[in-house]
Design a binder for this molecule. Structure first.
Ligand code: SAH
Ligand code: SF4
Length: 371
């Protein structure tokens, strides 16, 4: 029995995997080993969450951001980005598209702001989406760190999932990739608050950051468990030339970056089993079929971009973002074909909560059955 068999057997028997086990999976660079790893992750996915893919229509509604993360293309200090913010009507039009196309739920994402105008705007958008869909469209927010009062207000207005990536669970690495006034402790506190309020809680990291080791990534997977995440959204770190971190990035070529991203998805699936894991656009930026590969490595959620095409070039967190010139209908047709090609189905019209979140239903988390 080789090392991978030993790890799979341990995982099948319900024993908790150790840090060295996760590191062994993450370091599997030879092709046949990787294929076995992805096959195992797919088996765990099939057993615990099924072979259905859930769509979250992604609306990137503004690139105005108060923060200055050293890796991000829309950071405050990047003067070469044309700033925009959608009108509420434009958000509702995109939501209508999602509803009519039975996407089940959507994600509102933007740069981070905490001023009263922004808080009211998001609140009105959430209420508007609930109204136009008769409460049927699920809403995930991904708009950064906010006060407890704000998180609560948006939850009460109808948002039920919140995505806040920890970016890296290593506090020293976090400090290296953010300016001094960005706080790791505050980010964790926000995640706890989001959870306490009753949101289905999503977090994740960037994979392949300069100075990040495989041990760090293994610890990230432990962090997901410790924070009791319902969903994971993570993807390869991709350089954006107009950011300070660009000068430090070295080491990984695109293929190695993609493979590591896929191994991280597989190891997370094998370890956490019943959560939702997104196959993120950053995977597709590295390889045309990156998102399908993500599904085959254990992911079960895809976030098709439904933002109006003309805004997409201004929302570039990293370089090489795909689908800049495809409108939402083209994205849908292309994705549907790609998903059916790998033998999976799409959970049209469903919220697609993770079994992990559903297990807590009635206790603290708002799921489709409790809406
Ligand atoms: N402002 C919000 C949401 C938008 S940014 C927030 O930061 O939470 C969404 C995610 O984009 C971030 O969490 C980060 O993980 C990712 N991101 C930013 N720059 C990136 C880059 N260069 N490569 C890969 N992912 C990046
Ligand atoms: Fe702003 Fe989010 Fe980019 Fe940081 S990662 S600069 S908070 S948009």
């Amino acid at each position: 029995m080789d090392r991978l068999d030993e790890i799979f057997r341990k995982s099948d028997s319900g024993m908790e995997l150790a840090r060295e086990d996760l590191v062994s999976m993450l370091s599997m660079s030879e092709k046949s080993g990787m294929d076995r790893l992805f096959k195992k992750a797919y088996e765990v996915k099939t057993k615990h969450v099924g072979r259905k893919v859930f769509f979250r229509g992604l609306i990137e509604f503004s690139n105005i951001c108060e923060k200055d993360c050293l890796y991000c293309g829309i950071r405050r200090s990047n003067a070469n980005t044309k700033r925009f913010m959608l009108e509420k009507g434009e958000i509702l039009d995109a939501a209508k598209f999602a509803f009519e196309n039975e996407y089940g739920s959507l994600v509102l994402q933007s740069g981070e702001r905490s001023d009263a105008f922004f808080v009211d705007f998001v609140d009105a958008a959430v209420k508007g989406i609930k109204e136009l869909s008769g409460g049927k469209l699920g809403i995930t927010l991904c708009v950064g760190e906010q006060s407890e009062e704000t998180y609560r207000r948006w939850f009460e207005s109808g948002a039920h999932r919140y995505l806040l990536r920890i970016e890296t669970s290593k506090s020293d690495l976090y400090r290296r990739i953010h300016p001094a006034d960005h706080s790791f402790d505050r980010r964790i506190e926000c995640l706890r608050t989001i959870k306490r309020i009753g949101y289905q809680t999503g977090t994740g990291v960037m994979i392949g950051l300069p100075g990040q080791s495989l041990e760090d990534l293994a610890d990230d997977i432990f962090f997901f468990k410790q924070i009791d995440a319902d969903m994971i959204g993570m993807g390869p770190y991709i350089v954006h030339r107009e950011t300070p971190l660009a000068t430090e990035a070295a080491g990984y070529g695109n293929e190695a970056r993609l493979d590591l991203g896929l191994r991280m998805i597989a190891a997370t699936r094998i370890f956490l089993k019943d959560v939702n894991i997104a196959s993120t656009t950053a995977l597709q930026a590295l390889n045309d079929t990156g998102r399908e590969l993500g599904l085959l490595a254990g992911a079960n959620v895809i976030m098709p971009n439904i933002t109006e095409t003309r805004y997409r070039p201004s929302y570039q967190l990293y370089e090489g973002k795909p689908c800049l010139d495809e409108n939402s209908s083209m994205c849908k047709a292309c994705l549907k074909r790609r998903i059916e090609d790998i033998g999976e189905t799409i959970g049209f019209g469903e919220w697609g909560d993770s079994p992990h979140a559903r297990k807590k239903d009635g206790k603290s988390t708002r799921t489709a059955e409790t809406k």
